[in-house]
Design a protein around this ligand. Structure first.
Ligand SMILES: Nc1nc2c(ncn2[C@@H]2O[C@H](COP(=O)(O)OP(=O)(O)OP(=O)(O)O)[C@@H](O)[C@H]2O)c(=O)[nH]1
Ligand SMILES: [Mg+2]
Length: 294
């Protein structure tokens, strides 16, 4: 069979995690309409008819301000080194800007060392008129000699099968690395923390999304029941009030949505208790970042 590792690289919010979920037909990476949602490398295994492809979703490439962001960008750059093939994702909704050029430049440096193939993925084509895609392809072709250029929609699945065909073609023959039933390397604890973070992200705005982390304080399985206690970590008291919401409504709603999603994904009943903790400056704290899994 064909096997190999594909890193999904690009600026924040272009749709990398959405593509991973669409390919795997399961939601293993959280998604939001806010940039910098993904903070770690997320591994997902696609078991295709004659191929096993290991996908590595990464944090978006951006100019880092906090130590958290430096670690995120480092993770994305390191992941490029581990991959046999790169998916470099951009959006069809805007012409190539300075941030896109900077991202392509970082990819160029990574592949010039390893000589590996890179596909340009033009995502979100469901949002634009077709006539806008060709000039966009032209401008990206001037930046790098792409192995393939694939316009697609990670959200609707348009052209994703075609992408997978092209991907299998460039991979080499090899032994499967993972058993048939393995889909991700994330633990249930990590998945739980991420699902809670996603539900919080969907309900807050401005600087709050960047300031939220989730820590699992207790995860106990009792037969078909999981008891989970988790803390939502924020940077400031004012953010704590926002996350909790009036009469605790925002936190309660996030908890309910998180519980429903966990019950589906884990196939068990979940009792979830959420708290909110202020840890001022956590994004600059080496030790706290490591404890939080970043
Ligand atoms: N219309 C449309 N929206 C999309 C598509 N792909 C992703 N999105 C939306 O774009 C937003 C960002 O998607 P993500 O998958 O979280 O993007 P990401 O690249 O993983 O972002 P970071 O983790 O922050 O780097 C979400 O609101 C998605 O629903 C697409 O093909 N079409
Ligand atoms: Mg993401």
């Amino acid at each position: 069979m064909k096997t190999g590792t594909v890193a999904i690289i690009g600026r924040p919010n272009v749709g990398k995690s959405t593509l991973l979920n669409t390919i795997l037909k399961e939601k293993i990476a959280i998604v939001s309409d806010k940039p910098q949602t993904t903070r770690t490398r997320i591994l997902g295994v696609a078991h295709l008819p004659d191929a096993q492809v290991v996908f590595l979703d990464t944090p978006g490439l951006h100019r880092p301000q906090h130590l958290l962001n430096k670690r995120m960008v480092r993770t994305a750059l390191d992941t490029m080194q581990d991959a046999d093939l790169l998916y470099v994702m951009v959006e069809a909704t805007a012409p190539a800007g300075p941030g896109d050029r900077a991202a392509v430049e970082q990819v160029r440096e990574a592949i010039s060392q390893g000589g590996k193939p890179a596909f340009l993925l033009i995502n979100k084509v469901d949002l634009v008129n077709k006539v806008r895609i060709l000039p966009l392809i032209e401008s990206y072709r001037k930046m790098l000699d792409w192995t393939e250029v694939v316009p697609l929609s990670a959200k609707t699945g348009l052209n994703v099968d075609r992408l997978l065909e092209l991907t299998v073609k460039v991979l080499l023959e090899g032994e499967a690395l993972y058993q048939e039933d393995v889909m991700t390397d994330q633990s249930m604890r990590t998945l739980a923390a991420e699902i809670i973070r996603e539900k919080i992200l969907q309900k807050v705005r401005e600087e709050v999304p960047y300031s939220v982390a989730v820590e699992i304080d207790r995860f106990v399985e009792e037969g078909k029941l999981a008891r989970i206690d988790a803390s939502v970590v924020v940077d400031k008291d004012s953010q704590k009030a926002i996350v909790i919401g009036r009469h605790g409504e925002r936190l309660k709603a996030a908890g309910t949505y998180a519980r429903i999603e966990m019950e589906r994904l884990f196939g068990m009943k979940v009792f979830l208790q959420l708290w909110v903790k202020v840890r001022s400056g956590w994004r600059e704290d080496e030790q706290l970042l490591t404890e939080l899994g970043y």
